[in-house]
Write a protein that binds this ligand. Structure first.
Ligand code: FAD
Length: 384
């Protein structure tokens, strides 16, 4: 095989987006995944992912999110599939809570449309919620959710249509680079290219054997195993997208509780999907197939029932695991490898990366081709 322009390792959210973008630009590329994506062994499954622009985590993400929304719309047109639903998002908690304070900061700095009101007004607009009347709430109409499996499938279809080679069920066991060329050994054989993009999600530590969490080392990241729960909505139209927004409520020192309303289609489990953000525990991705812990399921349903009393006593329709990959500061680790200029790393998406997949695909393609990007991702670079 002739030398390729780029090899993409891992075809989840980020790798599939990078492969599609490199192929769109006419590059000769191969994408390799140890499983058959979209699959349910990593971080990009479970039927839905929250999207929003007024980012409470850090306002530097806002320009990337604007671009990501356009990227989802482009992918919808290219693949002829609906990926995004803008049903609104509400976030809040006690006065001064970090979620609504951060949303307001991003909205102010970037001129975004949000509404700011109290818990009483939230319950007047959405009778499903039970929150203290003096809580502080922020609503962003453009928030909503995207479909992760359909997004990965669409990106891989687009990549293949533009000539990308895709190696499924092929484990990458070794990689290397001498600064000008790079190689990968995998079940399907050996590939050589000008550049490699490493986007192996919760297996980033496994690719080099580095454990822990260290911003200077893009492989020193900490996987956590999270639990998602679907509460039966069979007779409750009030929990469906269109009637209920996406929501997240701060709980002080305890993990925030969030929910994505029920919707039909694309094989997503039925019901109101809820989760405790970053509840963990810290475990490697090999444990994802273990039975869900009933204690965590009960904790999740109890936290939901505190804010949606109709959830109390309702049947759990489905529960599953999914991996977060935590960086030390919960910001992504994306950029050139600190010691190897032709290796691009994309990891540490810390439980909030999916909504960025299309814009990360563009940034990773820029870095792989030119070694730099005009997209404002400098704050995410691996650094000491
Ligand atoms: C419960 C949960 C809820 C979330 N909610 C949201 C949300 O609402 N909004 C949001 O924006 N984000 C959310 N996220 C985070 C988001 O889903 C992730 O940040 C994103 O999916 C990470 O994508 P990735 O490409 O890094 O990893 P993945 O999609 O897991 O892709 C990594 C790929 O690499 C492959 N791979 C690994 N090692 C090798 C190897 N050695 N050889 C070959 N292939 C390999 C794997 O098979 C996998 O396909 C959530 C995550 C979870 C778990």
């Amino acid at each position: 095989m002739k030398r390729l322009d780029a090899i993409v390792v891992g075809l989840g959210a980020m790798g599939s987006a990078a492969l599609a973008e490199l192929a769109r630009r006419g590059k000769r590329v191969v994408g390799i995944d140890r499983f058959d994506p979209p699959h349910d062994r990593g971080s990009s499954h479970g039927g839905s992912r929250v999207i929003r622009v007024a980012y409470f985590e850090h306002s530097d993400y806002v320009p990337l999110l604007r671009r990501a929304y356009e990227g989802f719309e482009r992918l919808e047109r290219e693949a002829g599939v609906a990926l995004k639903t803008e049903c609104g998002v509400v976030m809040g908690g006690a006065a001064g809570n970090p979620a609504s304070a951060g949303m307001l900061r991003s909205a102010r700095e970037h001129g975004l449309d949000v509404e700011h009101f109290d818990g009483g007004e939230l319950m007047r607009r959405f009778a499903q919620f039970d929150v203290p009347r003096d809580w502080e709430i922020v609503l962003e109409e453009r928030g909503g959710f995207v479909r992760p499996e359909a997004t990965v499938r669409a990106a891989l279809e687009v990549a293949a249509r533009h000539g990308a080679r895709i190696e499924r069920n092929s484990l990458v066991s070794a990689w290397g680079s001498d600064g000008r060329s790079a190689w990968v050994e995998c079940t399907a054989g050996r590939f050589e290219a000008a550049t490699i993009v490493l986007a192996s999600g919760a297996w980033m530590p496994g690719l080099t054997g580095v454990a822990g969490a260290d911003r200077a080392n893009p492989f020193a990241l900490r996987p956590t195993r999270e639990t998602l729960v679907w509460i039966d909505d069979a007779d409750d139209a009030a929990w469906r997208a269109g009637r209920m927004p996406v929501w997240l409520f701060d709980r002080g020192d305890r993990p925030a509780i969030y929910g994505i309303p029920a919707f039909d289609g694309m094989g997503a489990p039925r019901g109101l999907k809820v989760g405790l953000h970053g509840r963990g525990p810290s475990l490697p991705p090999e444990t994802i197939g273990a039975a869900v812990d009933p204690v965590i399921v009960d904790e999740t349903v109890a936290a939901t029932s505190e804010r949606i009393s109709a959830a109390r006593g309702r049947r759990v329709a489905h529960a599953c695991h999914c991996m977060y990959t935590m960086s030390p500061d919960a910001n992504f680790v994306v950029g050139l490898h600190p010691e190897r200029a032709n290796v691009v790393v994309a990891g540490g998406f810390s439980g909030h990366g999916f909504k960025f997949a299309p814009v990360m695909g563009e940034a990773l393609a820029d870095l792989a081709i030119d070694g730099r990007t005009a997209l404002p991702i400098g704050f995410l670079a691996p650094r000491g």
